[in-house]
Ligand binder design. Sequence first.
Ligand code: ZN
Ligand code: ZN
Length: 164
Amino acid sequence: MTHQREMILEVVRESHTHLTADEIYERARKKLPRISMGTVYRNLDILDSCGFIKKLQPGYAQMRFDGNTKDHYHVVCMRCGKIGDAPIEPSDNALENLENALGNLTHYGIFGHNLEFIGLCPACLEREKSLPEDEQIDHLMMEVREDGSQRESNRKKSHHRIRR
Ligand SMILES: [Zn+2]
Ligand SMILES: [Zn+2]
C-alpha cells in the first residue's frame, strides 16, 4: 500500500464519526500537506473496493466513510447528515424473527436486509425546538402523510421517502 493510501486509511480509522470525503481531505492534508483532493477521492474508492473501509451512502445525506467494516447499523440525521452507530446487533432476535416472518408471508427466500434509522441528532433536535412549528420535522412528516402528495422542496421530498 502506498504511503498516501496508508495515511488516508489511518484518518478514516482514527475517527469514529463517519467523515465526509472533504473532512478526510482536510485531515489528510495535515499529515501530507501536498496531497490533492483527487488523490484522496481516488484512494477512498480503492480502499472501499478492497474492503478496508466502507462507503456509506444514506438516503438522507452526503456520502461518508466508515473505518469499521463489521456489519452494523447507523442512525442518520435528516437535518445535518451526521451519522452515528446504532447499538443494535445484526444478529438480534427481533431482526431474525422479522426476516422469518417476511419469508413466510411473501414466499421469498430472505437472505438479508438493509436497515437505516433516520431522525435528528441531539444538536439538531435542540435547534428544532426554536423553529416555527410548521417547519419542524414532525409537522412536515405529518403533512406529507395526510395528503400523500410529492412536494417540491428538497426537505419535503426527503420526508416523502419515509412512507416507502
Ligand atoms: Zn443533525
Ligand atoms: Zn458506522
